[in-house]
Write a protein that binds this ligand. Structure first.
Ligand code: SF4
Length: 73
C-alpha cells in the first residue's frame, strides 16, 4: 500500500464534489451543512434532513430532492 494514498483520495474526492472540511456534529440540522455546496440556509442548519428510501433501497437523508443532488435540479 502506498504511503499517503488516503490523503490523496480524500483530496481528490473533495475536488470532485466541491466539499471540504469535516463533518460538524450538532443537535440541530444536517451535519454536512458547513461544507455542503447545496445547503439551504435556514433549513439545513435548523432542521434534521428527512429520511427517504429510493427505488434501489438506498437510504437518503437530505432536504434536497434526488434529482437536485444529481445535478438535475
Ligand atoms: S440536508 Fe442535504 S442539502 Fe442540506 S446540508 Fe445536508 S446534505 Fe446538504
Amino acid at each position: 500500500m502506498r504511503t499517503g494514498w488516503l490523503e490523496d483520495t480524500i483530496a481528490s474526492k473533495e475536488t470532485i464534489t466541491g466539499m471540504s472540511g469535516g463533518v460538524e456534529l450538532t443537535d440541530t440540522g444536517c451535519p454536512f451543512f458547513a461544507r455542503c455546496p447545496l445547503a439551504i440556509e435556514g433549513t439545513c442548519d435548523t432542521q434534521a434532513p428527512p429520511r427517504r428510501i429510493d427505488g434501489d433501497d438506498h437510504v437518503i437523508e437530505c432536504h434536497r430532492e434526488v434529482d437536485e443532488l444529481l445535478g438535475g435540479g
